[in-house]
Ligand binder design. Structure first.
Ligand SMILES: Cc1cc2nc3c(=O)[nH]c(=O)nc-3n(C[C@H](O)[C@H](O)[C@H](O)COP(=O)(O)OP(=O)(O)OC[C@H]3O[C@@H](n4cnc5c(N)ncnc54)[C@H](O)[C@@H]3O)c2cc1C
Length: 509
């Protein structure tokens, strides 16, 4: 029997990286939501130990980045190969200078449990977000154009009914929502079993105060990762570990008498899969519920954040009545190919690492995987430019429609990335003032205009100084005009109509 009925526009199932980011983004857009997670606290295991520039850009705009930087692990970026931890390094892989020229944000080393705690604090900070932890989604059905769910508060065994217009299934790799909707996963589901052992030990004599991002210990095939400043580490060891985990850790490290505490042991299976559908009616899959990547390149958390960043503003646009239902359809159209591409890339990289066949790396660069995906959908106004994301590509910033709008430092020390938040943004240089005037006449869609005075802007964005670029709230280019127009009002109105999935955007002329 259910007693309490909760009505909310958006029910978010899962309080991992995808669900928590969705909660923060929806709140920033002024959309009420209810997030439930069956756990009272976050992930008990460190799991992911980092995220890349694009996710950080999103969290920077949300004001979360400074709190994450405050708990960042002071690692030495890159990988090192040793037979075991006592051996001299066989090889090192030191990343190049980073993304500072193409992004205001470097990637970040922080364990997932710490990251989730920071994000939970931010999510709690909004009055329009309800977070109910220790609450399980028991069942749901779609009703009319919404969802009716039964949820259970596990401590009291009390049941509630939730009525929501939409549901975001951010319930992880074993998504019960996805299973109930009978949405298949495409791609290999078993690229090898691993056992993760979390332990505490002082390894500083062998790693120094700033350990490497990752150590590959070749005698056993294990990976060693520093997770917390208080001497917490994990190893991930191929296969299922039957022996005493402390003995396994000592063997892998080559330190037979190392004093250590084993904190947790968890088997996991690498998979490279993407869901056949990312949406069904009012239900959207996001994060690991939509895709499972092996940790080659560590892209799982980042992609979870990218998913909900694509979705949140679209839900907000419909709630605030400036977006049409077609806009919501574009979530699956835009994100599903990215999930498939990432699964293929990380699956190939993982197989290459573990096959040991020395095949040359032929995939997209990590920066391309992270920032170079290009959306093509009915809400993007293509301009006939070539595909910017072919196999093997390395990342080059481009304002081709569908791409992440390039980063450029502005005269006031902020980035173009900081402009893209809750509204569309029309960028133009001083000669393009007619565009600015035209945008001001288009009512009904939140559009800001920004005059770019930086001389590099036209080349970087692929337009003449009297051209214009329209950027969506998620920082992807919706439309661009290479030069001026005879009827800028009509052009912008058409661009806004298409990119909001509406039939018509009014203008005050
Ligand atoms: C061993 C390991 C190492 C990894 N290393 C990396 C890495 O280095 N880098 C990286 O980017 N990624 C890594 N990942 C992947 C990363 O952990 C995931 O991509 C990430 O957690 C996905 O976030 P999510 O929010 O989609 O799902 P999850 O973090 O799995 O969150 C799902 C949440 O849903 C909740 N839930 C599930 N069912 C219900 C229900 N019925 N009712 C209520 N709540 C429910 C769960 O309690 C959970 O909190 C690793 C994963 C593993 C297992």
């Amino acid at each position: 029997m259910t007693s309490e009925v909760i009505e909310t526009p958006v029910l978010i199932v899962g309080g991992g990286p995808a669900g928590l980011t969705a909660s923060v983004l929806l709140s920033r857009h002024g959309v009420d939501s209810l997030l439930i997670d069956k756990r009272l606290d976050g992930s008990p295991l460190p799991r992911a130990r980092g995220m890349h520039s694009r996710a950080l850009e999103i969290l920077r705009v949300c004001g979360v980045e400074p709190d994450l930087r405050a708990v960042e692990l002071p690692i030495t970026p890159g990988a090192q190969w040793r037979a075991d931890l006592t051996s001299t390094p066989l090889r090192e892989d030191v990343p190049s200078a980073g993304h500072t020229t193409v992004s205001p944000c470097e990637g970040l080393a922080v364990s997932q449990d710490v990251f989730e705690a920071v994000l939970r604090n931010h999510a709690h900070g909004f009055t329009c977000a309800q977070l109910r932890l220790g609450v399980l989604l028991e069942s749901f059905r779609t009703v009319g154009d919404g969802v009716q769910a039964t949820v259970v508060e596990q401590a009291s065994d009390r049941r509630f009914e939730v009525r929501a217009r939409w549901m975001i299934a951010a319930d992880g790799a074993r998504s019960g929502v996805r299973a109930q909707l009978r949405i298949a996963m495409n791609g290999p589901d078993d690229l090898g079993q691993q056992t993760m052992i979390a332990f505490r030990a002082d390894l500083s004599a062998l790693t120094g105060p700033r350990p490497r991002g990752i150590y590959f210990l070749t005698a056993t095939g294990a990976a060693l990762i520093w997770t917390h400043t208080d001497d917490r580490w994990v190893i991930s060891q191929p296969g299922l570990v039957a022996a005493d985990p402390a003995t396994v850790v000592r063997r892998v490290l080559g330190l037979g008498d190392l004093p250590l505490d084993v904190l947790a042991t968890s088997p996991w299976t690498a998979a490279a899969q993407s869901a056949a559908r990312y949406a069904q009616g009012p239900v959207f899959l996001a994060g690991d519920a939509a895709h499972r990547f092996p940790p080659a390149g560590a892209t799982g958390v980042s992609a979870a954040i990218h998913d909900v960043h694509n979705l949140a503003w679209k839900i907000a646009a419909v709630v605030h009545r400036y977006g049409g239902e077609k806009l919501l359809d574009s979530y699956a159209t835009e994100r599903e190919p990215v999930g498939r591409r990432n699964a293929d890339e990380t699956g190939a990289a993982w197989t290459r690492i573990f096959s040991g066949n020395g095949a040359p790396f032929s995939g997209r660069s990590l920066a391309q995987i992270d920032m170079g995906y290009q959306y093509t959908s009915p809400v993007i106004v293509g301009d006939g430019s070539p595909n910017t994301d072919p196999p093997g590509a390395d990342y080059q910033q481009t304002a081709t429609p569908g791409c992440r709008a390039p980063h450029l430092w502005l005269a006031d020390g902020t980035s173009t990335i900081d402009l893209f938040d809750q509204r569309f943004v029309l960028l133009t240089a001083p000669p393009g003032h007619a565009w600015r005037h035209a945008a001001a006449l288009c009512t009904g869609v939140p559009v800001d205009s920004h005059i770019m005075t930086e001389p590099q802007w036209p080349d970087l964005y692929g337009v003449a100084p009297d051209g214009a670029v329209l950027v969506r709230p998620d920082g992807h280019v919706a439309w661009r005009s290479p030069t001026t127009s005879t009827d800028p009002v009509a052009d912008i109105r058409t661009a806004l109509t298409t990119s909001t999935g509406r039939r018509r955007v009014p203008s005050s002329t």
